[in-house]
Ligand binder design. Structure first.
Ligand code: FNR
Length: 391
């Protein structure tokens, strides 16, 4: 039974609604994580281990949550993370998500593994903006790039994304191969078993799905937005590849999936505009650090990075107060993934809008209770991260 959308009062409430809505295969695709699930659990747990240090008796009547993301103004300090084939979650997945992005004004990242083409997504974005009479000049759509193995394909894809008018390129660097998605493996093994295959056939069947983030059992036939076919995700990419990408792309570049201070330093050296601290929602490396742990590591060992490029985080953010913690510790904005995907699954674009409202309200309440009225007032001393640092 799917509850009425207004009964979802926390971002995490959309999970049960999605589970009640989705066919099992799609549910597994959206919710699965790597190996034992510890990376995912760590993402969820770590935010609650940082506490606030609220200041009182400050005038907090009027609160402003606007910020800038890579030079582009945003009414909110969080954005929608890229999540593979939304078409396997909702028949109009990317279209509904794009409409919700326009409606809320937040930034949104579209995945290379989308079930709609880059052009279709941008067309929807522009048409929706026009329909609502909003200013179409600055694109808030950003593109997540999985670098195809074939250089020519990669160049063509980047050119298409540029031509379509995407605002920035977020290159996913934590996926030279797909992590071990345990729930998918169990399901594949069960399917193989059910059709009576011999045990030794199970492993190859599982391998077939391995190198795509495209998702299982799309309800609509995928019109791939440049997605490399399974097996074509480049495991050969290195820092040196940034040079030719830079020649093709003159707008901001962000590396998605930085997980330690050394790589943050390298990102500064290689001159990218931003890094997104992320373990891919716990779907890639087993026992990877949460983005919060990496942020603390960077504060300790590469603090200069925070001044030289924009630092973003994602993974396990389920409360507007957690968003505020990330900003206090130096993040420019944060990505929210599954809550928006689950909201999309259960209620379409309206669900995503509701989820954005929930997070925004929690954020403004947390700001008031912390004693600040705008995001340029956030400071690291407004939180206490000792519990995590002492480990
Ligand atoms: C993802 N993520 C992801 N990342 C990426 O760079 N390209 C992609 O295509 C996808 N696809 C994808 C599909 C699904 C179903 C999920 C749940 C995640 C990772 C995503 O961008 C982000 O890093 C995490 O989802 C953030 O964690 P939370 O908010 O889901 O906990």
């Amino acid at each position: 039974q799917v509850p009425h959308v207004t009964l979802c009062v926390r971002a995490s409430d959309f999970e049960a609604a999605a589970k009640a809505t989705l066919p099992n295969k799609s549910w597994i695709y959206a919710s699965s994580s790597a190996n034992s699930g510890q990376s995912l659990q760590g993402n969820l747990d770590d935010w609650s281990r940082v506490t606030f240090r609220p200041r009182v008796l400050r005038n907090v009547e009027t609160v402003e949550v606007g910020t800038r993301i890579l030079g582009n103004s945003s009414p909110l300090p969080f954005y929608c993370s890229p999540m593979g084939s939304m078409g396997s979650i909702h028949a109009d997945g990317e279209i509904e998500m794009t409409k919700a992005i326009v409606q809320t004004g937040m930034h949104g990242l579209m995945s290379t593994a989308s079930t709609k083409t880059t052009e279709q997504i941008m067309e929807t974005y522009l048409a929706e903006q026009e329909r609502r009479g909003s200013n179409a000049s600055a694109s808030k759509l950003m593109f997540q790039l999985y670098i195809p193995t074939d250089r020519q394909r990669a160049v063509e894809l980047i050119r298409r994304v540029k031509k379509a008018g995407f605002h920035s390129l977020w290159i996913t660097v934590d996926t030279p191969v797909l992590g071990k998605r345990t729930a998918d493996r169990y399901q594949q093994a069960q399917e193989a078993f059910d059709v009576g295959l011999a045990e030794e056939d199970v492993e190859p069947a599982a391998e077939k799905e391995v190198e795509t983030e495209g998702g299982a059992a799309p309800k609509v036939s995928p019109k791939i937005g440049g997605r490399p076919p399974p097996g074509q995700l480049s495991a050969r990419t290195t820092w040196e590849d940034l040079a030719w990408i830079r020649r093709e792309w003159d707008r901001p570049i962000v590396l998605k999936g930085v997980q330690c201070a050394e790589d943050a330093k390298l990102a500064v050296e290689y001159g990218v505009q931003g890094i997104l601290l992320s373990n891919h929602g716990g779907r890639q490396m087993h026992t990877a650090p949460s983005a919060l742990m990496t942020l603390l590591e960077i504060r300790a060992y590469a603090p200069e990075a925070l001044g030289k490029l924009e630092v973003f985080v994602d993974g396990g953010l389920r409360d507007g107060a957690d968003v505020l913690k990330a900003l206090c510790l130096g993040a420019k904005a944060v990505g929210v993934g599954r809550p928006f995907l689950y909201a999309l699954a259960a209620y379409g674009g309206k669900g995503v809008e509701r989820c954005v409202d929930v997070l925004s309200e929690e954020l403004t309440t947390a700001m008031r209770l912390l004693g600040i009225t705008s995001l340029d007032q956030v400071r690291p001393e407004m939180v206490n991260a000792q519990r995590l640092l002492n480990e």
